[in-house]
Design a protein around this ligand. Structure first.
Ligand SMILES: *Cc1c(COP(=O)(O)O)cnc(C)c1O
Length: 378
């Protein structure tokens, strides 16, 4: 199915082609090259206190972050349940066990109260969690003040999965720079696309050095290939970095545009009973990667799935919210702390087209389909 309005298609209107051409002409397409350095430097300037290492996916970045936090066989890692599978899969890669925690209903991210319940339960069972993985879902910053103070109280490191939250802010800091390690994704439909890619973020130069070393096969600095440790082939390549750099030059504009799209949806859908939005708490500035709404079928008379199908018939792509990981067949044995918050979000929610090239008229057309659904029921 090809859609006329996509959920989130990347926009390449800057230096993407020029830089890609330069990268190809340089003959350096592997994991060394000018654009990797420029991409990392430009990011570092923007993050100020923190540095990144550019890697080849958000998933590999999460995997490497867990390795750096010392997660290994038999360990437990607390993880937000309401997220994409890539937040938890790397825990399994390492032979460790995720413990899933439900969301709160403002930001839709991990509930601080339930997080503390989970920690206390695991401590009472003699298992101190090795890390906490939280997510800024659809770009929306989680309740970081509360989460960080709990993490500090029990001395557990925080891994921020900011894969969807590149450019989002909490207070005066960027998401990804609030926890012990942060992770970004630059895959095809994220707000900043390098085709594929990711990054690991930290304020520790030693940790960044170690991440660079492990992500390039843990090769010693010798004229021959010498290895003291098992490494990974996780570094970003120079061609992706060329595209990523061009995109990074436009990130501010992308965030502004997606925030605009979100406020237009809010305006067009205001005063419609049964429709609600994900809430930005006062410290937060979301990049609104995907604008998502909840549909209360009892009030509107139509469900998220009915809307999804009507949109699809009109060439408009939409998507269910992430199905919580504790409800995934593959994770059915995993312990879960919480109730039905994320489950209800999944049942009621839908992500609307949020591409940066969407304009007001496009959004009116999209919302028109929703009004037609409403009209059927009255
Ligand atoms: C996209 C995404 C990832 C994985 O990133 P990739 O670059 O696709 O590997 C991880 N976590 C979340 C929440 C994501 O949305």
């Amino acid at each position: 199915m090809s859609f006329y309005y996509k959920l989130s298609s990347p926009t390449f209107l800057g230096n993407e082609l020029a830089y890609s051409r330069q990268a190809i002409h340089s003959g350096m397409l592997a994991t060394n090259g000018e654009f990797i350095d420029r991409f990392e430097e430009k990011f570092n300037k923007r993050l100020k206190t923190h540095q990144i290492v550019a890697l080849n996916s958000g998933t590999s970045s999460l995997h490497l972050a867990l390795v750096l936090l010392g997660v290994g066989k038999g360990d437990e890692v607390i993880c937000q349940s309401f997220t994409f599978c890539a937040s938890a899969n790397p825990v399994i890669y390492l032979g460790a066990k995720p413990i899933f925690v439900d969301s709160e209903s403002d930001t839709w991210n991990i509930s601080p109260e339930l997080l503390e319940d989970a920690i206390l339960n695991r401590l009472a069972n003699g298992k101190k969690p090795k890390a906490i993985v939280l997510v800024h879902l659809f770009g929306m910053p989680a309740k970081m003040n509360e989460i960080l103070s709990i993490a500090k109280k029990y001395q557990i490191p925080v891994l921020e999965d900011a894969a969807e939250a590149v450019g989002s802010q909490y207070g005066n800091q960027y998401c990804g720079t609030l926890g012990d390690i942060g992770v970004f994704s630059f895959n095809g439909n994220k707000i900043l696309s390098a085709g594929g890619g990711g990054a690991l973020v930290s304020n520790s130069t030693a940790l960044i050095q170690k991440a660079k070393y492990l992500s390039t096969q843990a090769r010693e600095d010798l004229p021959y290939y010498q290895h003291l440790e098992i490494g990974y082939n996780y570094k970003m390549n120079n061609l992706s970095a060329a595209i990523g750099l061009a995109q990074l030059e436009q990130l501010e504009g992308f965030v502004e545009k997606r925030r605009q799209i979100n406020s237009t949806y809010r305006e067009l859908l205001s005063n419609i009973p049964g429709i609600s939005f994900q809430n930005e708490i006062k410290e937060a500035r979301s990049n609104f990667w995907l604008t998502s709404i909840l549909i209360d079928e009892k009030v509107t008379g139509f469900s998220n799935d009915q809307l999804r199908i009507s949109l699809m018939k009109n060439g408009i792509e939409s998507r269910f919210l992430w199905k919580p990981l504790h409800l995934q067949p593959v994770f059915k044995e995993i312990q879960f702390f919480g109730g039905s918050v994320s489950q209800n979000l999944f049942y009621k929610g839908i992500c609307l087209p949020s591409s940066t090239d969407l304009n007001y008229d496009d959004q009116e057309k999209i919302v028109e389909i929703l009004f037609k659904e409403l009209a059927k029921t009255f």
